[in-house]
Design a protein around this ligand. Sequence first.
Ligand SMILES: Cc1cc2nc3c(=O)[nH]c(=O)nc-3n(C[C@H](O)[C@H](O)[C@H](O)COP(=O)(O)OP(=O)(O)OC[C@H]3O[C@@H](n4cnc5c(N)ncnc54)[C@H](O)[C@@H]3O)c2cc1C
Length: 378
Amino acid sequence: MSGGLRNRFATIVGAGVAGLTAALALAGKGARVTVLERAPAIRELGAGLQLSPNAMRVIDALGLGEGLRRISLRNEAVRLHDDQGRGVAKLDLRGHRPDADFRLIHRASLIEYLADAARRAGVSIELGQEVKHPPEGDLIIGADGLHSNIRAFLNGREVPFFTHQTAWRAIIRQPETALAEAQVYMGAHRHLVSYPLPGGLRNIVAVQERYDWQEEGWSHQDDPDHLRAAFADFAAPVRDWLAAVERTHIWGLFRHEVAHVWQDGRLVLIGDAAHPTLPFIAQGAAMAIEDAWLLAACLDADPDQAAALAGFEQLRRPRVTRIVRASNQNARNYHLTGVKRFAAHLALRAADRLTPGLMLSRFDWLYDFDPTGVLLSR
Ligand SMILES: Cc1cc2nc3c(=O)[nH]c(=O)nc-3n(C[C@H](O)[C@H](O)[C@H](O)COP(=O)(O)OP(=O)(O)OC[C@H]3O[C@@H](n4cnc5c(N)ncnc54)[C@H](O)[C@@H]3O)c2cc1C
């Protein structure tokens, strides 16, 4: 059965990836949606995003695939190197699943694109609306990110755990001819991920283990020389990329629990508000997009809202918990030192030669998932 969302009112807190995708999914099923966003304008940070096929299937089902492909690049491969630039392994994304689409996009382009589509679908986006307490209404969706007030209302304030990792992000200009591939450089206690973006840009995220504490948040600027110094012993092209950095931001990486309480029959959490994750398998936005689709599908399939929200939580919790764990694990793999590192790189090089595709097939559970094909029963 479906149609449970027709003419229902929904308020979404937060116009990030989760909130805007949910607005589109709900409006697509006939709901009347208002999004409350605290920022005075739809503006995003200068940073890139990788969107994997599990998220792209939702984007396609929302009718947004063609437009999104015009403003993103197709990611052909992920290449792993050691800190001296020697190849360790190549994950051939196109070769492994020719029809699975991995995209590289600027966050600002994605948010703008989703917000325009939402407005065209009749969603009302109210800016400059900071929500401190859950608003009135029958259905309130907390998509208010990492420091979610709706999560705190349902769960109390939690104290996250500092991972002793600090990350920088930066965007540089580069020739448009760069290969559309993600490059990962792994050194002792550090790694750096970089990929091109449309418009002659290159995204850089660099992570270093550090014991001094950094704040959690995306808007702290740092001196680019600190970033260059931290990776000074990495070979080209890392050094060349970092030489071109004019502005960088720094933040501490904290590990959060998946929320214990996701919903109470009226309020429900999605995206980072429900399950903040470390960025090491690039799935935070992808999970937010999966959540958005499946929340709308659950609500549409079952007019009993309390049952629909409980069903949504039950459906999502195991998958997002597995993804968050996989991301925690990847951080350790990237930063190995000494003998362990030597052995791991040797094994990866051998696996790459003897069984190409095997490394990527370990992630089939992640990328082959199709949220739009999930059958919901009442
Ligand atoms: C370095 C880095 C790289 C990443 N790379 C990737 C990647 O490649 N692929 C990927 O899938 N994910 C990636 N992620 C994760 C991804 O960015 C997040 O998981 C995703 O943006 C979460 O979306 P969200 O909508 O839940 O939260 P957010 O994007 O944080 O949006 C929350 C929104 O709510 C608003 N808000 C907050 N509080 C209030 C309030 N009280 N009232 C009203 N509005 C409020 C905020 O202003 C914001 O607009 C990365 C993360 C990091 C840190």
